[in-house]
Unconditional design. Sequence first.
Length: 573
Amino acid sequence: MVLTKVIRQLPTSLALILISISSFCWSFYNLENSSFYPLFFNATTLVVSTIVLVFASVKKIPFQYHKIDVLVFIYLIYNIISTCFNGCYNVQYHQYDVYNYICYLWIYFVARVLIPNFLSINHAITILLAIALVICRQFITHKNILIINSGLLAGYLCALLPLSIILFKRKNYIRNFIILLGLILMLAAILMADSRTAIIALISTAFLYFGSKVKSKKRIWFAGFMLILVCGLSILLYFKRPESFNGRILIWKIAFSIPKGNNFIFGKGIGYIDRQFNRHQKNYFENSNRNLSEQQLADDTHAVFNEPLRILIEAGLIGLVILSYLLFCVYRTGLINLINDNKAQVFLKLSISSILIFGLCSYPFQSYSISSLFYILLAIFAGLDKKDSKVLPPRFGLYVLLFICSSYFLFIVSKTIYATKEWVNAKQLNWQYNEAKAWNIYNNQNNVLRYNGNFLADYGQKLNISGYHKEAEFVLSNALVQHYSVANLLNAGYNEELMLNFRKAEQFYLNASCTMPKMISPRFYLFNLYVKNGLTKKAIEQGLIILSTPIKVPSKEVDEMRNTVAKYLIDND
């Protein structure tokens, strides 16, 4: 009987394991190129989804749908349509952005179909915790070697901690002891990650739970105590790393200026912050902002460290309202209701709350693992509410349509993986002996990878070095659309400099200087441009800025730049 049950749950367990493990691709250095990270996640999710669709159609599994299912579908589809619309009329979207949201849709569907029919909630939670513990062990053993972003890992673990409490069972001491060891391991990893946001999320979630047990007359006092404690902790953590906190304040100031006009209603599309935030940062410092402390904080920014603000920018007011209504349906019985909610619903709400609190000062929904976990938790929660569920009879035609869509996207992702692999191989070729072969690969894969900012930057740089400056100008301009960064601005400026377009080269270098004022290299490019064109006054001005800019991380390269500038200034009195 037990063996039969295990065999019955094995395919579902494998599906959940594959999706969860692939979502951690963002965490590791051991992949050859960052362009592979989302593709492994996309491919794994689509393969699992396709198999599940075939399985569901053969078994004729009925689909129980809930209001939450409809809202999740509307929210994800709206984001995809909004992004594609912006791609046609505004900013070219990155193909991975749309692929990821399609995958979240399939993950939600897989969790809704499989977990209620073939997998117990405890079994599903055990799988998620086991994978998290493996990641924790690697993080604790090899800190700062394997894990790229320890803060996001801490946020993921904070969301799983409430779930682990569901597994506790009275008088089952061995099981409870194992779960307790797992909790200790996860807490150790959270503390080692040194994430202030994760610690605040963890404490706030604990207060939500214990506050629900306080009698109604004392809740005001409890809420006041909690507010004082969280504020005190926030101040304490601020003094621990004030630069990080001030950096986020700067990012929020810049981000609040982005949503305007129609973009405020409909948004700018998924991934806009990752690709184009630096452009707005450049505008902020370009408009007569000479605050030295803020200039020292500016960095190559890919996130706004506030999920509601990011959603407002990328999905617009419509997307934010849809998500707010979705969360209202989840919390309609109250934040934590120990009377109307069962034990599983209470701790699922706590896990979802942990992700939302973490998102106030971080970017969990830009992580595949946390986003996947969020939609899996929503799917499990929707499956528990039997009262408002409706049954959609199994329809073969619907399964066939979904299978065709899944297969099509899997084909597109596979094609992109092959093109990316070919590009990585071309980068590793010895250009002295295999230049023709490498060029052939770059030219052939350009059509497939034309929305990949990393590829375009590399391709444009190769064209520039090889003397194809007109072609490089077009490719590098597209690279700036996909990722507005200092490196891409400098490459574009240097290409214009070689084409003797002084004004364009100067503008690119100035834009790079305003994007990250603390960086010396853009100023040094400007300095060299002025020296070559005999503009001594402007060269001296840039030279003085270079010598007066504080250096946070000394390096041989920076010393050489400053020595060159110092020698020029001495020679020119």
